[in-house]
Design a protein around this ligand. Structure first.
Ligand code: MGP
Length: 174
């Protein structure tokens, strides 16, 4: 039996490149795979979505089908992002957080009204820090933005993180 998710998700990867600029960034962005069941998600998480600690590690982007992982996408352009930053020494802890946050998102943990306000998630580890980012829609109603941050913070606190972390909201346009 397959457990279908409410959304189909596309996995993208951007390879860091010294030539990268705002104008050509999406040339380095590739679509890797997609999933719409819990089973295919775990399979991909274990085999593909492996965050590693390297200066040359690109970012993984997991976005709902139909939304490109770019600021320029109409569903992102007026939205923003919640950014979690923490030191990258403890790779196991970071991988666990990444796994927890992605599975919470795709499994609807943010709630049936709040999950539609989230477009996707991005993760990378480089230059000594891990960054996990939730991209959110146009904040028609600010209570959703605050709820997303609060729910995520509670999830992180439940994990008993040893390290200090920061969690902040930024609009894409500033
Ligand atoms: P990044 O990969 O998001 O790096 O962007 P970082 O350090 O995690 O992000 P930051 O928000 O702290 O800067 C690295 C660079 O890639 C950016 O400075 C842009 O030049 C380019 N870039 C990244 N994104 C997500 C986009 C995008 O959505 N559109 C365009 N045009 N360029 C982007």
């Amino acid at each position: 039996m397959k457990n279908f998710l409410s959304d189909t998700w596309i996995i993208w990867y951007d390879k860091p490149n010294f030539e990268v600029k705002i104008e050509n960034w999406d040339q380095f962005l590739i679509e890797l795979n997609s999933f719409n069941t819990i089973e295919s998600f775990w399979n991909l998480l274990n085999n593909l979505l492996s965050l590693s600690n390297s200066e040359f590690q690109g970012s993984y982007h997991i976005f709902k089908k139909g939304i490109q992982p770019k600021w320029e996408d109409p569903r992102n352009i007026n939205g923003g992002k919640w950014v979690l930053v923490l030191p990258s020494e403890n790779l196991r802890e970071i991988k666990k957080l990444w796994e927890k946050t992605v599975s919470y998102l795709i499994g609807g943990g943010f709630g049936s009204k709040t999950t539609p306000q989230i477009n996707g998630i991005v993760g990378n580890i480089r230059f000594g820090q891990a960054k996990i980012t939730l991209w959110t829609k146009v904040p028609e109603d600010n209570t959703f933005q605050i709820l997303i941050g609060e729910k995520w913070k509670n999830l992180l606190l439940r994990e008993n993180l040893n390290k200090i972390f920061s969690l902040n909201y930024f609009p894409h346009k500033n």
